[in-house]
Design a protein around this ligand. Structure first.
Ligand code: XMP
Length: 521
């Protein structure tokens, strides 16, 4: 089902660049719908997609490589504007009869480019004055002779062709990466391609999406019942809010309290969804079951498996109690979809398995309902706000599926979980009130089951240790420790030691990823 919001569509053909998802996010930020497809999309599929414009991504290959990746030339028959980025620029150059050659040195990282033409259809937005501008380069080859009819509109300091255009045919090409934040005015450049060259009008909005998806879900579901595992995380929360608007009481959410949640988390989820929004939520208290199965287990992988399997078991038991369920709703988002598609076509470099509820849909004969599968995470958040979810919920840091289970080192005990919950709540409270929460990508406390000596008043204490972690990262694949001010650390440490009986020492983790990971287990 498509409607107004999908009427103007940009096709991004992926040649394997690490930045392809960023291109899509920048296009979506211009309020135009786009999809990423593998470079070898068939001519039939390309025509059926009906793009209003096409972007060819970068890629690590050279156009001279044996078996170099190339798209079907049908893209040139559609009469729509085309933008080639890096490898995409080289493909366009070769197609139109220009020349590409290998550079003596590979340029990678920050570079400066300047205008070569007095006026340019797209580059005036990127380089508004005659001053050079900063861009992000990543290439081996470069254009040595532009095709006939193309104008060189920008050049790098080393004399490399940085931008080519032929506005009459609607073909544009850049050697640098406008989608990367380091490229100054890169967003304005992409905006120019989408709105000025392709003539898109900004149909893709959160409000439009909500309206569309409500109708869509209604049609899909009909009179059936839908089940959703609600975790309190951003994605499942947005799915719950959206489906509740669409199908009301036909949605039943199951919220499993595994005893490894943060302080008051279960109550907050119930207050937001059940009390305020009137969503049907079944809260299952499975704390004892999880704790007894984790007893004596210290190996991190074993702990994860036990927590995962127990969750599925509890969820399935609850699901069976609800009659007439035909659908299982999930918070799958667009990066998961791209990764699975990439894995199938051999393009994905980093494949994560999606955290779904095991083989549950198949075993129970349920159909999958994935209302967020077109959205990037930042779009999911905007939709969450549009649906009236609290900002704190929508902008929460990620929380791992196994919860505090991977933040209590070694054996998990209720006593440890309670101490960690209290320490973590103080840490979060201080981060929120000081404004540091929004500046970090993820922050949490970790419980170390070792005791150290301290002094408390006139006496000696012998208690546990808590480590604080806060990281800066965009992709969670690499991360650096957040430079938390010392006075903040002192304040948090004092509060934890004074207020949480059983903790007498607090440390701050300054390990980067790699070599560390974000979580401790
Ligand atoms: P690491 O510790 O591998 O974590 O640097 C990277 C990101 O993934 C989250 N994480 C998980 N999320 N289930 C999840 O849903 C898990 O088992 C899991 N393990 C780690 C982690 O919190 C961080 O954001």
């Amino acid at each position: 089902m498509t409607n107004q919001i999908h009427a103007e569509r940009i096709l991004i053909l992926d040649f394997g660049s690490q930045y392809t998802q960023l291109i899509a996010r920048r296009v979506r930020e211009t309020h135009t719908y786009c999809e990423i497809h593998p470079f070898n999309m068939t001519p039939q599929e390309i025509k059926e997609f009906k793009p209003k414009g096409i972007i060819l991504s970068g890629g690590h290959q050279s156009v001279y490589d044996e078996n170099s990746r190339i798209m079907d030339p049908v893209i040139f028959d559609l009469g729509v504007p085309i933008l080639g980025i890096c490898y995409g620029m080289h493909l366009l150059t070769r197609h139109f009869g220009g020349e590409v050659e290998a550079s003596a040195t590979r340029e990678y990282g920050h570079a400066k480019i300047h205008k070569k033409a007095n006026a340019s259809y797209l580059f005036d937005a990127l380089l508004p004055s005659s001053e050079p501008g900063n861009v992000w380069m990543s290439h081996g080859d470069h254009v040595s002779a532009p095709p006939d009819g193309f104008q060189i509109v920008a050049e790098s300091q080393n004399g490399i062709v940085a931008g080519l255009e032929d506005p009459s045919r609607g073909i544009f090409a850049v050697q640098f990466h406008p989608e990367v934040n380091h490229t100054q005015n890169g967003d304005a450049f992409i905006d120019g391609f989408i709105n000025k060259a392709c003539g898109c009008t900004g149909l893709w909005t959160s409000a439009g999406f909500v309206e569309y998806e409500i109708e869509h879900a209604k049609q899909q579901v009909g009179d059936d019942q839908v089940l959703l595992g609600l975790s309190g995380g951003v994605d499942s929360s947005v799915v719950a809010a959206l489906l509740h608007r669409a199908i009301g009481d036909k949605l039943t959410c199951v919220f499993v309290d595994n005893g490894l949640l943060r302080l008051n988390e279960g109550d907050e989820v119930m207050a937001t969804f059940a009390k305020h929004m009137g969503v049907k939520v079944i809260r299952v208290d499975a704390q004892d079951m999880f704790m007894s199965r984790l007893q004596g287990v210290t190996d991190p992988e074993k702990k994860r498996k036990i927590i995962g399997h127990t969750f599925i078991e509890v969820f399935e038991t609850e699901a069976k109690k609800i009659t007439g369920v035909r659908w299982l709703a999930q918070g799958t988002i667009y990066p998961d979809v791209i990764e699975s598609a990439g894995a199938k076509s051999g393009m994905a470099t980093n494949i994560k398995s999606h955290h779904n509820v095991g083989g549950l849909p198949d075993r129970m004969g349920l159909k999958l309902l994935e209302p967020l599968r077109e959205l990037f995470k930042d779009e999911v958040r905007k939709v969450g706000i549009e649906l009236g979810l609290p900002e704190r919920m929508v902008y929460r840091h990620p929380f791992p599926g196994p919860g505090l289970g991977v933040r209590i080192l070694g054996e998990v005990k209720k006593e440890y979980a309670d101490l960690l919950r209290s320490a973590d709540a103080i840490y979060m409270d201080e981060l929120y009130s000081s404004g540091h929460y929004e500046k970090t990508a993820q922050a949490f406390a970790v419980f170390l089951p070792v005791k150290s000596v301290g002094v408390m008043g006139d006496g000696r204490s012998y208690d546990y240790v808590v480590a604080l972690r806060a990281v800066e990262t965009k992709d969670y694949m690499t991360a650096t420790a957040y430079p938390m001010p010392h006075d903040m650390l002192s304040k948090i440490s004092n509060r934890i030691i004074n207020e949480v009986k059983g903790i007498n020492r607090v440390t701050y983790d300054i390990t980067s990823k790699p070599p560390g990971t974000i979580e401790w287990e």
